[in-house]
Design a protein around this ligand. Structure first.
Ligand code: XIL
Length: 300
């Protein structure tokens, strides 16, 4: 299952509307579902656990499917994700610190060798929430408070010299004080030339009830870093009318912000979403009102 994406005009040289967006679930969705997307983020297949569930035995076949789909359609591909405290392989936890460091170093290198043309990489996922079991092995908090994050971006820069490196976290759009903590990490990375973009996930639990005012407060804090912002995992719940009203009120706040360079929807087909109620396409192929509105709004 791939997650999908809408990318706006400043992203990766795609002019807004210049491409009719390609459906991103290659082969598994009837053409009648239509075409919506112009960037690909694999939902699970480029996570460490998915690739190296057993030690020293990396299986890239699902990830390759997503990557090849993106490449053959000319869509930017985002590698999601290198360093994260969830969906890390179970075997990592029990290793010595030296072995943990060697393994994660090797994982990052292997990812870069496999996908040298990835446009974007989520280097560290959810640093404010889900710290990896091997965090101390790769520098711990250290004098910056975020040495392990800095180390991760240094490795990623070497492994993916051509990609835009992103950080990615949730619960930011609805929480100005968490946004301040996020900005602190981001500025540590920025002063070292290690980061190119800010991911804010924007899942339903942050989005459904957030006010426009709070969203703008947070976006202002993030854009003050000077870095582009990417809404990386948007989903919104509600019955048809509620979901529509929420998209109408909140999507433009994201999309029209000059610092927001792209929006990725996280799951959109009924029965195949991460959380029930967030889908935009019904399983019978009809579009929910929020998607009809979204296409009109985006002229797609
Ligand atoms: C989720 C996937 O959508 C699920 O299929 C999987 O079971 C768990 O992970 N933050 C992230 C995503 O960065 O990778 C997560 O994706 C959702 C929360």
């Amino acid at each position: 299952l791939l997650s999908s994406v809408l990318v706006n005009q400043a992203d990766a040289g795609l002019a807004n509307g210049s491409k009719f967006l390609g459906n991103i679930i290659a082969g598994s969705v009837p053409p009648s579902y239509g075409t919506y997307w112009n960037q690909v983020t694999p939902e699970n297949s480029t996570k460490w656990e998915s690739v190296e569930g057993s030690r020293n035995n990396m299986n890239w076949s699902q990830a390759d499917t997503a990557y090849n789909y993106a490449r053959s359609n000319g869509f930017p591909f985002k590698f999601h994700t290198l360093v994260w405290g969830a969906q890390e392989p179970g075997w990592v936890k029990g290793l010595s610190a030296a072995d943990q460091k060697a393994e994660v170093t090797q994982w990052i290198k292997a990812a870069g060798q496999r996908y040298p043309n990835a446009a974007f990489v989520d280097v560290v996922n959810e640093p404010l929430h889900q710290k990896p079991s091997y965090r101390n092995a790769i520098g711990g908090d250290g004098s910056t408070g975020w040495d392990w994050v800095i180390w991760s971006f240094q490795q990623a820069r070497q492994a993916f010299p051509n990609a835009k490196l992103h950080i990615n976290d949730y619960g930011i759009i609805n929480d100005p004080s968490l946004a301040d903590q996020y900005v602190n990490i981001i500025n540590q990375l920025k002063s070292r030339g290690l980061i190119d973009g800010i991911g804010i996930q924007c899942h339903h639990f942050s989005m459904d009830n957030v006010s426009v005012n709070t969203m703008n407060t947070v976006l202002n804090k993030l854009s003050a870093t000077g870095l582009p912002i990417y809404v990386s995992e948007l989903d919104i719940t509600g019955d048809d009318n509620t979901q529509l009203a929420r998209y109408k009120e909140k999507f433009p706040v994201l999309w029209q912000n000059p610092s927001v360079k792209g929006v990725t929807l996280w799951g959109y087909i009924q029965g195949q979403t991460w959380k029930d109620g967030t889908h935009l396409l019904n399983s019978n192929g009809t579009e929910r009102p929020a998607l009809q509105w979204l296409r009109q709004y985006l002229k797609r």
